[in-house]
Ligand binder design. Structure first.
Ligand code: IPE
Ligand code: IPE
Ligand code: MG
Length: 235
């Protein structure tokens, strides 16, 4: 791999768990269980290769539309994942982070997420962010609300509103914008993920379903990225 062109921040829309299970005659939740194993594998692979930020879309603001049994199962998985990662993240200097409308998560999930964020706050080799109850539009709405309050209170002038100020009001202003976005399962859409931050991100779509997205598949995406020429509107 051409390591001189490694992305600093990789974001992933982990999709295809349900189809993976269906293909095997299993119920959808088996796909989610297998999907968690790939999360563990990709976090390790990212750390190994020197990625600094890994952001994983785990639950969208639209995913509440799924049957309650599936939503409950996902919340349970999430809680057990978060609770089981403390030692591994600490010993590997991995910071756990989450973004989204977190307070609307079931309370025990929210508490587990908050605890791991606090416990690993000092770690800095790799930041793993889970997007939970996350929507790109919801994030912008929340940012604009905060901005509107500051304008109303006179702390900022409307003419001060610019791209930088909007960026500073998003959920994680301290994280650079993604260099590479990977979406698995063959769908060619963004599904309301990081709409503001993806403006110049390189996109990588693969038909591989998330439970089949191994470390080798991840490195293939990184290799593909290393051959891209980014121009940002210049020449
Ligand atoms: C991605 O897999 C996991 C979540 C969205 C939580 P899906 O559950 O969307 O799987 P498909 O797309 O139905 O196959
Ligand atoms: C996007 O996948 C959300 C996550 C991966 C968490 P979806 O499966 O929800 O997206 P759509 O419905 O195919 O657009
Ligand atoms: Mg899907």
């Amino acid at each position: 791999m051409n390591l001189s062109k490694l992305p600093v921040h990789v974001a992933i829309i982990m999709d295809g768990n349900g189809r993976w299970a269906k293909k095997r005659g299993l119920s959808r939740v088996h796909g989610h269980v297998e999907g968690v194993k790939r999360v563990e594998e990709i976090v390790r692979a990212a750390k190994e290769v020197g990625i600094k930020y890994l952001t994983l879309f785990a639950f969208s603001t639209e995913n509440w539309r799924r049957p309650p049994e599936e939503v409950n199962f996902l919340m349970g998985l999430l809680k057990s994942y978060v609770e089981s990662k403390r030692d591994e993240f600490l010993s590997n200097d991995i910071r756990f982070n989450a973004m989204g409308r977190l307070k609307r998560l079931p309370n025990e999930v929210y508490e587990a997420v908050k605890a791991l964020m606090e416990d690993t706050r000092h770690c800095e080799s790799l930041v793993v962010t889970l997007a939970l109850n996350y929507g790109g539009r919801a994030e912008m709405v929340d940012a604009f609300k905060k901005l509107a309050k500051e304008v109303a209170s006179g702390r900022i002038e409307p003419k001060q509103v610019d791209e930088e100020l909007i960026s500073k009001h998003l959920y994680c202003p301290w994280i650079p914008e993604p260099d590479l976005l990977i979406r698995t399962s063959g769908e060619m859409r963004i599904s309301n993920f990081m709409l503001w931050q993806l403006s110049y991100t390189e996109l990588y779509f693969t038909p591989t379903l998330w439970p089949d997205f191994t470390k080798e598949e991840f490195y293939k995406a990184l290799e593909d990225y290393s051959r891209r020429e980014r121009r940002f509107g210049g020449i």
